[in-house]
Design a protein. Structure first.
Ligand code: AP5
Length: 222
C-alpha cells in the first residue's frame, strides 16, 4: 500500500500511522519526526529547521523535498509500500512528489485526508505528550500513559513539543489553511482522495481503513 496522510496539525496523522504501519507493514516516513531528530542531534539541517518549526512556519520546500527524495530513492526502501506523514504540505511539494514517484515507479494508491474540527485539534495538541526515547504518542486525557510522564513502550521520558503551545498552534493552523488545504483539491482531481472522519477513535479508524483498502484491492483484481 502506498499512502499520503493529509490533515491539520493534531488531526492524528502520527497516531493513525503508528497503527496502520503495523497492519500494513509499510515504511512510515514522517517529515516532522525526521526534522525533530535532526534538531535533537543539533545537525546543520536541525539548526536550520528549528528556526521555522519553533515558530510554526514551514521548512523551505527545497529542504524537505530533498529529504523525502533521499528516503524514497534509497535502495529497496519502499518496495513494500510507504506511508508519508506530513509531506506534501504545499502544491510545490505535491508536484515534486509526483515526479519522484514516477521516477521510482511507485505511484500513490490513496491520499487520506484526516478531517477534524478546531476544538478537537486544540484539545489534542495541548494535551499531547511524546516519548523522548522512541517517539510514541500519548495524550494526558485521551491516551494517558500507565505511569505519569513515562512511556508505556520503552520506559522513556515523555515531553511536550515546543510547538504545542497556544500561540504556535494558531500560526500552524493559519499556515495549514493557506498552504496545505489547497492540495486536497490536487489529489481529488487525481481521483486519489479518501476523506476520513478523524474525530473518531483511532482504532475504529484503522479498522474502517483496512476494510476500505481490502475492498479496493478486490476491485482491482482481474
Ligand atoms: P509535524 O510533526 O508533521 O506536525 P503537524 O502536521 O502539525 O502534525 P502533528 O504531529 O502536530 O499532529 P498529528 O496529526 O500527527 O497528530 P498526533 O497523531 O500526534 O510537523 C512539525 C513541523 O515540522 C511543521 O510545523 C513544519 O515546521 C515542519 N515540517 C514538517 N513537514 C514539513 C513539510 N513537508 N514541509 C515543510 N515543513 C515541514 O495526535 C495529536 C494528539 O492527539 C496526540 O496526543 C494523540 O494521542 C491524540 N489523538 C490522536 N488521534 C486521536 C484520536 N482519534 N482520538 C483521541 N485522541 C487522539
Amino acid at each position: 500500500m502506498r499512502l499520503v496522510l493529509l490533515g491539520p496539525p493534531g488531526a492524528g496523522k502520527g497516531t493513525l500511522a503508528a497503527l496502520l504501519k503495523k497492519s500494513l507493514k509499510v515504511r512510515h516516513i514522517s517529515t516532522g519526526d525526521i526534522l525533530r531528530e535532526e534538531m535533537k542531534n543539533n545537525s546543520a539541517l536541525g539548526q536550520e529547521a528549528k528556526k521555522y518549526i519553533d515558530n510554526g512556519e514551514l521548512v523551505p520546500d527545497e529542504v524537505v523535498t530533498k529529504l523525502i527524495e533521499s528516503k524514497l530513492t534509497a535502495n529497496d526502501r519502499v518496495d513494500g509500500g510507504y506511508m508519508l506523514d506530513g509531506f506534501p504540505r504545499t502544491k510545490k511539494q505535491a508536484e515534486a512528489l509526483d515526479r519522484i514517484l514516477k521516477k521510482i515507479h511507485r505511484p500513490l494508491d490513496y491520499a487520506l485526508y484526516l478531517e477534524s474540527t478546531l476544538p478537537v485539534i486544540i484539545q489534542r495538541l495541548t494535551g499531547r505528550r511524546v516519548c523522548r526515547g522512541c517517539g510514541a504518542l500519548f495524550h494526558v486525557k485521551n491516551r494517558p500513559p500507565r505511569r505519569e510522564g513515562i512511556c508505556d513502550e520503552c520506559g522513556g521520558i515523555l515531553y511536550q513539543r515546543a510547538d504545542d503551545n497556544a500561540e504556535t498552534i494558531k500560526t500552524r493552523m493559519e499556515v495549514y489553511l493557506k498552504n496545505t488545504q489547497p492540495i486536497i483539491a490536487y489529489y481529488e482531481a487525481q481521483g486519489k482522495l479518501k476523506n476520513v472522519d478523524a474525530d473518531k477513535d483511532s482504532e475504529e479508524l484503522q479498522a474502517i481503513l483496512m476494510k476500505t483498502f481490502d475492498e479496493g484491492h478486490k476491485l482491482n483484481q482481474p
